[in-house]
Design a protein around this ligand. Structure first.
Ligand SMILES: Nc1ncnc2c1ncn2[C@@H]1O[C@H](COP(=O)(O)OP(=O)(O)OP(=O)(O)O)[C@@H](O)[C@H]1O
Ligand SMILES: [Mg+2]
Length: 333
């Protein structure tokens, strides 16, 4: 991994205009992704992960607005791109595997013709034969037999479809690949084998990855750093060594880690959830957005937005002192 920043998100806010007002799905998010780095993004359903990814890809739906901040890929200001420049930028510079991506393959076209369409749309000089050759090469990269170019989506297993969508995402050699829950519909063994392959491709081609998932184990295992979102805010950003349980974390992250059964759990490890649910974006609580659900909330948490503090290289938005955070992290249960 290099130290050079590839993607630089500064103070980004994204809102959806609703009949009841602007719902801020992403709030003042700062995030940098370095060259060849994998950054994982986790958080409960509705916390803003896909909105963030769609903003980076400039694929927000109607009614969604970037209300503040900037997104840069190297020297390109993504927020100001439009028309043909934006069309070229997407897929060539940043590619995305969408949530539920297995269903994005066109059911009435062969895999081969979909590759041809994608490749030729971004390269006027490419002939059909050249596109087919490149498609074969891409299928080999994701370990799928080239005969599958003649197949239709319904003739393929879920794992194969997902591999094909990933091959399409890397077809134009993008600098950043965004994976939004890329493997949730697949069984665990297929998931792991696909992710291992993505990591290998990343090493080979040198792209960076924004990896969105609910699965903490998976994220912690494959990411260089993990960001945790809550109600649109990036409440924790830290390093991941695969030993999440041993770091000091934000109380919300700690709850999320406990909420999923750990892979190497012992009989005594508890699996408990976080009480309550995400607040409505239209009536967010004052102070720390997490305070109504936090067992450690103090008076100040109800009144003031928390400062950012850095503990052991992990950055978190929390009012608790480093000592209090260490205590709660070392306490069991
Ligand atoms: N088109 C839309 N119009 C209005 N609100 C939306 C729209 N899309 C998403 N939202 C709201 O924005 C918030 C963030 O949604 P988003 O899809 O980004 O979350 P997520 O973290 O990706 O969730 P999940 O894990 O379920 O995919 C949610 O409150 C959601 O209801
Ligand atoms: Mg999502």
């Amino acid at each position: 991994m290099s130290d050079q920043v590839l993607l630089d998100i500064q103070n980004l806010s994204v809102g959806y205009l609703t009949r009841r007002g602007m719902a801020q799905a992403v709030q003042n998010v700062n995030l940098q992704i370095k060259k060849n780095e994998i950054v994982g993004i986790v958080g409960e359903s509705g916390c803003g992960k896909s909105t963030l990814a769609n903003a980076v890809m400039r694929l927000l739906p109607d009614g969604a607005y970037i209300t503040e901040g900037s997104i840069k890929l190297e020297d390109t200001d993504i927020v100001t791109l439009s028309g043909e420049t934006l069309r070229k930028f997407r897929w060539q510079e940043i590619a995305m595997v969408f949530q539920g991506a297995m269903n994005v393959l066109n059911p009435v076209k062969t895999v081969g013709s979909q590759f041809q369409h994608l490749l030729m749309a971004h390269n006027n000089a490419m002939t059909k034969a050249q596109a087919l050759e490149r498609a074969k090469e891409l299928l080999r990269l994701v370990r799928i037999d080239e005969n599958r170019l003649n197949s239709y989506a319904h003739e393929l297993s879920g794992g194969m479809r997902q591999r094909i969508v990933i091959a399409m995402a890397i077809a134009l050699n993008p600098k950043l690949v965004i994976l939004d829950e890329p493997t949730t519909a697949l069984d665990v063994i297929v998931q792991r084998s696909i992710l291992a392959q993505i990591v290998k491709l990343k090493e080979e081609f040198g792209f960076s990855i924004m990896f969105i998932s609910h699965d903490f184990n998976l994220v912690a295992e494959i990411s260089n750093r993990v960001a945790v979102m809550y109600a649109g805010r990036m409440i924790e950003l830290g390093s991941s060594t695969g030993k999440w349980g041993e770091h000091v974390h934000h109380p919300y992250t700690k709850g999320l880690i406990r909420a999923v059964p750990q892979l190497r759990a012992t009989d005594t490890d508890e699996v408990i959830g976080i009480p309550g649910s995400l607040p409505s974006l239209l009536s967010l609580p004052e102070g720390c957005k997490f305070h109504p659900r936090c067992s450690f909330a103090k008076d100040i948490c109800k009144l003031q937005s928390p400062p950012i503090q850095v503990i052991d290289e992990i950055q978190m938005e929390c009012h608790l002192s480093p000592e209090e955070l260490r205590d709660l992290n070392h306490a069991r249960g």
